[in-house]
Ligand binder design. Sequence first.
Ligand code: ADP
Length: 506
Amino acid sequence: MIAEWIHELRQLISLRSLKARIFFIILLAGVIPCIIMRYGILDNYEERAVEQRVATVQNQLRVVGSHLVSNNYFGSNPSDEVNFIASRNTIDAELETISNLYEGRVLVVDSGLRVVKDTYGLSEGKTIISEEVIRCFRGENMSYYNKEHGYIEMTVPIIDTGALTEEDDAGGSGSVMGVMLTSISNDAIIGTMDMLNRQAVLIESLMVVCVIAVAILLAILLSKPLDRVTKAINEVQAGYTDESISVPGYLETANIVDAFNQLLKRMKALDDSRQEFVANVSHELKTPMASMKVLADSLLVQGDAPAELYREFMEDIVSEIDRENRIITDLLALVKMDKKVQELNVAPVNINDLAELILKRLRPLARKKDVEVVFESMRPVTAEVDEVKMTLVITNLVENAIKYNKEHGWVRVELDADHQYFTLAVSDSGLGIPEDSLAHIYERFYRVDKSHSREIGGTGLGLAITKSAVLMHRGSITVNSVEGEGSTFTVKIPLTVSLNRTPQTT
Ligand code: ADP
């Protein structure tokens, strides 16, 4: 269990693993929106808080501004000095209150750009030449937020609403009697933002922990079917089972498992056929040995056996040795056929001459059964083939046609060619092949009639060798046969061996 967890953890750390990728994707998908949201909300709050503060302060200053006008704050020759000073003090107190309330400074500037009132008491009586103030006199209000130094600056015009109607014709600018230039601190906003930020970070940290837990869980859960596939394949490999595996989970894993099962099936079929071949080879090789042993034993048992009997038995033993030899020769030929096309020893061969030569060699065998062998060639054919293997092909087909023929029968070998292929058809008037055996005749050691085939010296390997040789030349072999009437084997081989061409199906 612990080892399993360590394994899982290692996979999570390795970036190449699917688990790690799922983990990081979920982590990023969970954490990034949290961070973006936090910054978005804080930014938005700051913007709105500044806007609100500016609006509130501007409103309050406007009220004070109207008091300024109504109390003739800028008046130089008041008729009622006592009243004038009292109302001026009231307005100064209002300005001080605003200044204290918003931790800022308010400057009241008259139309001559002279600072009439400074809540800090520093610049009174001085002249202020500031672009913002001049603009405000022209009717352009402004507010400016300096985030870096933490203050908001704004200008508010002091408008004489009564004078506006009188001096309207003069252009309207005369109605601005003065300007209040104010800068206030944004510490309160920063404080609230800090608190909000702390809370957001706390929530964010909790979220990150939850997202990490969910990401680990999902990474393990989502990759589980893949782990199950690996486990199932390992079990097959370790030999616990050779049954086809089944891991339902995802469509993708089902596809992998399907492909694996196909491979397993193919390997099993190959293994079975190999085992069957070895069993067949052993059996075939043992049969002549068993006969020889029986013959030798029976000679040994009879101590004084006559010389004729010895001779007869020895002849039998020699024929068994010949048989064993034939099987071994055929097996070796078959093994050689398993090699690749590249290993063909290709050279231009006159197929007419080759066929004539083989028929000449086989005629004594045909004569024994009184079988007539005829060769018909439509045209002279020269093809690029491996002469040894092509000899095997023609020999096996003609030999079979003679071996599995009736007394006084016939064998006809026809050779023809077009511009791409040459065809060699071997027909006979023999026993024919039953329909259900046709699919098997190219299998190793397959014989239609085992005892008859053995009698006439067959090994059951001839057609297997023939087919391999034909396929190596990228040719095809077909058979037409009617039981009791005869068979025709047709071989079609390319005139030139092009290694890239796909093989013909048979
Ligand atoms: P074998 O060495 O026994 O002849 P082959 O592989 O050459 O083995 O042939 C397989 C079987 O196909 C033979 O045992 C035989 O029964 C059948 N066969 C092959 N050629 C012919 C033919 N021309 N006519 C009838 N049967 C044939």
